[in-house]
Every structure is written in C-alpha cells, then in structure tokens.
Design a protein around this ligand. Structure first.
Ligand code: ADP
Ligand code: MG
Length: 224
C-alpha cells in the first residue's frame, strides 16, 4: 500500500507537457483532442523561445513535428479581433502548404472565426482573388503565387507580425529566393521570423543573417 502511494507521489509531470506552456486554453484542448500528449523534441526546444517572441531557426528531420511548433506559436500570437493578415507561412509546394493549413485549422478549432487562406500555384486565380477580398488572418502558400497576388496589388502584408519559412532548404533548391525577397520587402521589418529546415547549407545561413534578428538556433538530431 505504502509502496504504491510512494510511487504515485513520485510521478512528476514531464517538462515536455504542452500544459507547461502558457498557451491559450483552446489550444491545450485541441492538442488533447488531437492526441498530442507531450511535445516532440523540436517542439520542446523551440516553442518556449517562439512564445517569448524570438526569431528561431529550427533544424530537425521530416516527421519531427515542426508544423505544430510554429503553428502553436502563430496561433498563440494571433489577435483574432484584428481581421488583417498577421502571419504568413511560406512552403515549397502546394501539398506541403495544404498540410500546414490543415494542421493550423485543426489547432485553431474553437478559437473564434480564425481565417486561414492558402495561396498556391497550380490552381485557378479566380477563387483565390475572391477569398482575398473577404480577408484572412493567416496566409499559407507558395512564394510564386503569393508574389503574383502582391504584384497585382491584391495582398496587403503591411500588418504581418510573424513570418514562417517552412522547409527553407527545399524552397531555395526550387529557386524561390527572389520570390521570398519580394515578399519580405512588403512586410514590416519589425516582426518575428521563424525558419525551419531539415538541412542548413551556406545559402540558408546567409539568408538567416539577412532576414532574421538575433535568431536562436535549435537543432534536434533524432534517431527514429
Ligand atoms: P515535420 O514538419 O517536422 O515533417 P509534421 O509537423 O508534419 O512534421 O508532424 C509529423 C507527424 O507528427 C504528424 O502526423 C503530426 O500530426 C504528428 N505530431 C506532431 N506533433 C505531435 C505531438 N506532440 N504528439 C503526437 N504527434 C505529433
Ligand atoms: Mg513540415
């Protein structure tokens, strides 16, 4: 009897519990529903920094949970009452952008009317133009299509306070550097920038030096 009492009293709450972070209560509820019980290593390392508003470079393999790391940071920071584009997530492909948008929408369930709009190439412009006229809080898309809307004056990025470059190495491999530069030029300099990448070649290092402010670098080498 006393043995079992002792063992239960020794069960400490793991430091990787999402509830150890000061996240909006809806986010904690949604994580629970999604079956995310503890943070993955990249989430545990990067989220506390992201939540304090720092620029973060996150390096971890595919499948390590990078989407929720930046998705939670983005949703926590978002001011739902301001119906302006406040965050932009850049992804290398439409498939990845769709996955990211889906995860953000799931994480955002129950938070009053958060509008996530995807803007990717390979689909007709018409519906995207219509959606842009209705407005959004968060844009997830590929750099080419976003610059397309920018150059036609359909996208106002002047209220963006968070930029996320997801799979930055692949974006540069695909030749999106110029498009990324054009998008950056339309955003306030005073913003939080997060960059995620599986690898960290020289070109990425150079990019982080020019577009980020004193970034903290988090590297997770996972064995699985
Ligand atoms: P990455 O972007 O690093 O490749 P993803 O964000 O796509 O990884 O996540 C990989 C998988 O892990 C997804 O199926 C996602 O639902 C799941 N996942 C992410 N974070 C957690 C967590 N804390 N607990 C359980 N599953 C998670
Ligand atoms: Mg990913």
């Amino acid at each position: 009897m006393s043995e079992s009492q002792q063992s239960s009293s020794q069960t400490a709450k793991p430091v990787t519990a999402f509830s150890s972070l000061a996240l909006k209560s809806e986010l904690i509820t949604n994580l629970d529903t999604m079956g995310y019980q503890t943070m993955t290593p990249i989430q545990a390392e990067s989220l506390p920094l992201i939540l304090t508003g720092q620029d973060v470079i996150g390096q971890a393999k595919t499948g390590s949970g990078k989407t929720a790391a930046f998705g939670l940071g983005l949703l926590h920071k978002l001011d739902v009452k301001r119906f302006r584009i406040q965050s932009v997530v850049l992804c290398p492909t439409r498939e990845l952008a769709d996955q990211v948008a889906k995860e953000i929408r799931t994480l955002a369930r129950g938070i009053h009317n958060i509008k996530v709009l995807t803007l990717c190439g390979g689909v007709p412009m018409g519906p995207q133009i219509g959606s842009l006229e209705h407005g959004a809080h968060i844009i997830v898309g590929t750099p080419g299509r976003i610059t397309d809307h920018l150059s036609r004056g359909r996208l106002d990025l002047s209220h963006v306070n968070m930029l996320i470059l997801d799979e930055a190495d692949r974006m540069l491999e695909m030749g999106f550097q110029d498009a990324v530069d054009q998008i950056l030029a339309e955003m306030p300099i005073e913003r939080q920038t997060l960059l995620f990448s599986a690898t960290f070649p020289k070109q990425i290092k150079k990019m982080t030096e020019s577009i980020m402010y004193s970034p903290k670098r988090v590297t997770v080498k996972e064995t699985h």
